[in-house]
Design a protein around this ligand. Structure first.
Ligand code: SAM
Length: 205
């Protein structure tokens, strides 16, 4: 998976490659789908949600330009795979999932796999996690209409946020950078397709 889908497509960040090689992706999908866990596509994880394509996970992680000591906020825990990849790279991962069934299942999996630097919460991630802010990086793994204002406010100066933004059927992957003065600039990394971000600053359920 890592050689054919990730390195061959231009992912060069050694920490991302190492993390993608380390996380046992088959444990983050149902047993019935374990044989497909390392293939080049998203997979269903129940509750109408998906585990993202491995390449997308690595591209989004690389775009955050992580060095190792960061505190990162993820919106959309889902299967937990993205959070586990981040947990191999950074100091601490805070991850929020709105669906209680996925939240309970994934929290248990993090415990079983001893991911002690992942902190979980069930709720509306479009509001961020104010008490733990600011974050050095924020990753949103569901597609919204706009970048939620609370997430930009909770991004530390010098921080990066990546998120799919657009319509219900397709989005653009946007990378927001906040400079030391707090000014935000945005780059478009190209088209993508994610399930919808539901919440106060996202789509309606
Ligand atoms: N990062 C996940 C992984 O590695 O498996 C993939 C997540 S899936 C593409 C998107 C997830 O975002 C779903 O589990 C969905 O329930 C969740 N979600 C949607 N809106 C949300 C919100 N406002 N707050 C938190 N989670 C949300």
């Amino acid at each position: 998976m890592v050689d054919k889908q990730i390195v061959a497509r231009g992912v060069t960040d050694a920490a991302v490659i190492q993390a993608m090689s380390s996380v046992p992706r088959h444990l983050f999908v149902s047993e019935a789908l374990a044989d497909s866990a390392y293939e080049d596509f998203p997979l269903p994880i129940g509750e109408g949600q998906t585990i993202s394509q491995p390449y997308m996970v690595s591209e989004m992680t690389q775009a955050l330009a992580l060095k190792g000591g960061e505190r990162v906020l993820e919106i959309g825990t889902g299967s937990g795979f993205q959070a586990a990849v981040l947990a191999h790279i950074v100091f601490r991962v805070y991850t929020i999932e709105r669906n209680n069934t996925l939240f309970m299942r994934t929290r248990k999996l993090f415990d079983q796999l001893h991911y002690h630097n992942i902190v979980t919460r069930c709720g509306d991630g479009t509001l961020g996690w104010k008490d733990e802010s600011p974050f050095d990086a924020i990753i949103v793994t569901a597609g919204g209409r706009i970048i939620p204002r609370p997430l930009l406010d909770q991004l530390a100066p010098g921080g990066r946020l990546i998120m799919p933004v657009g319509g219900l059927m397709s989005q653009e992957l946007l990378l927001a950078r906040k400079d030391r003065q707090g000014v935000v600039s945005i780059d478009n990394l190209g088209g993508c397709r994610f399930v919808k971000l539901i919440g106060q600053h996202g789509w309606k359920a």
